[in-house]
Design a protein around this ligand. Structure first.
Ligand SMILES: Cc1ncc(COP(=O)(O)O)c(C=O)c1O
Length: 403
């Protein structure tokens, strides 16, 4: 008897993750000895951002104190209480549940899994963070995209959003501040989305993982859950970005809204929360200080990011054929390509010919007949300027080719 080949499930055919897929190509080019400039992945630790010592100390202390067993499924009390206090200080009121997870990613997976049946659809922004598409596809449901409006600072296009809702639509996602556009949404837009969710009975997801990363001190982030305390909302957040620990895998979900609207669904989610036992335990001991004591590293981080965002904005807009809407937060720029070349070929050639690694806009979703690429501006100014010199040279070459 011979062994039989193992066949992956059909559902794997729809799973794409452009951010990591492009790395496979870049690694091949790197092997040829070419100098590579990596502007493709949102991991601050790869660049000149370091984890604040307190976060490490609290985790190491927990490990030495033998806090290495399973945690309660929802998270250790001191972490859950700190998340609650932090949320209340932002104006959250009707908090029904908090659950600590293995990165915000796991909270997103649980929240979608407890919501969607095959055949349902869920509204995602285009462009969006691709994890949502991957999970919805895994569930046999449909990721359905509404457009963010590049002509209006990438705010949600509410008309388009409403036109995409049907009787199988279960919920709508807002990523604010946004990855990949860096937009901090206006209250008006957030209210508009809430009104539509109310009109059609939809659950709201508010991914606010970048809420602490707004460059301008006068720029305020408004949490979706503070606008309408009755609205059923799951807010996602975590330590990965603001506390420079994406490898800790610590995130959480906050359930808010009127009890009768959210309680059955919340109980469904909690079944999954309990079934997977718990999130990483020692790292949860870092949450209390991270959220409730002053965090001077955040301002330092923002000063660097603000400068790097400005360089990106100025350098890109000076290149004929590319344009960029000003970003307010996070560390991404979603750059428009006005050239006769598709975004995948643009990124592939940029890697092959210049060693600059960016991600094609199609990996995030974009309006038909528009093309973009995403840059992560975490690298230092010298690297960024070198990368933008190369991008400038590349675009000049494309123009000479008649593109
Ligand atoms: C919008 C958004 N949500 C969620 C995540 C995942 O966060 P975590 O590291 O907490 O799983 C990311 C990571 O890049 C992100 O950009």
């Amino acid at each position: 008897m011979a062994w039989k080949k193992i066949i992956p499930a059909k559902r794997t055919e729809n799973i794409k993750y452009a951010i990591r897929d492009i790395v496979v190509l870049a690694k091949e080019v790197e092997k040829t000895g070419k100098e590579m400039l990596w502007l493709n992945i949102g991991d601050p630790n790869i660049y000149d951002f370091v984890t604040p010592p307190q976060v490490i100390d609290d985790t190491v202390k927990a490990m030495r104190d033998n806090q290495n067993g399973y945690a309660p499924s929802n998270g250790i009390d001191e972490a859950v209480n700190a998340i609650r206090l932090d949320a209340k200080s932002k104006g959250f009121k009707n908090i029904k549940e908090i659950f600590v997870t293995t990165g915000a990613s796991e909270a997103i997976d649980i929240a979608l899994t407890a919501l969607l049946n095959a055949g349902d659809n869920f509204l995602l922004p285009a462009p969006t963070y691709p994890l949502y598409d991957a999970i919805i596809n895994k569930l046999g449901a449909e990721p359905r995209h509404y457009f963010l409006d590049e002509e209006n600072n990438w705010e949600p296009d509410l008309k388009d959003l409403e036109s995409k809702i049907d009787e199988n639509t279960k919920g709508v996602l807002i990523i604010n501040p946004n990855n990949p556009t860096g937009t901090n949404y206006s209250k008006e837009s957030l209210k508009g989305v809430i009104e539509l969710a109310k009109k059609y009975g939809l659950l709201l997801f508010a991914d606010e993982i970048y809420d602490k990363l707004l460059f301008d001190e006068n720029d305020k982030h408004i949490s979706m859950a503070t606008i309408d305390t009755n609205a059923p909302i799951i807010t996602f957040n975590g330590l990965s970005k603001s506390h420079v620990v994406p490898g800790f895998r610590i995130g959480w979900g906050i359930v808010t809204g009127k009890d009768e609207l959210i309680s059955d669904y919340n109980e469904g989610m909690q079944k999954f929360v309990r079934a997977r036992l718990s999130a990483n335990k020692p790292e949860q001991f870092a949450i209390k200080n991270a959220l409730l004591t002053p965090q001077p590293h955040i301002r330092e981080m923002l000063n660097k990011l603000k400068k790097r965002g400005e360089i990106t904005y100025n350098r890109i807009n000076a290149i004929d054929g590319l344009s960029l809407v000003k970003t307010s937060g996070a560390f991404y720029a979603f750059i428009k390509i006005d050239l006769d070349i598709d975004d995948f070929t643009f990124c592939k050639r940029l890697i092959n010919e210049y060693g600059v690694v960016t991600v094609p806009g199609s990996g995030f979703g974009q309006k038909p007949n528009t093309k973009h690429f995403r840059v992560v501006f975490l690298p230092n100014e010298e690297i960024l300027n070198r990368a933008y010199d190369k991008i400038e040279e590349f675009v000049k070459k494309l123009k000479e080719e008649g593109k």
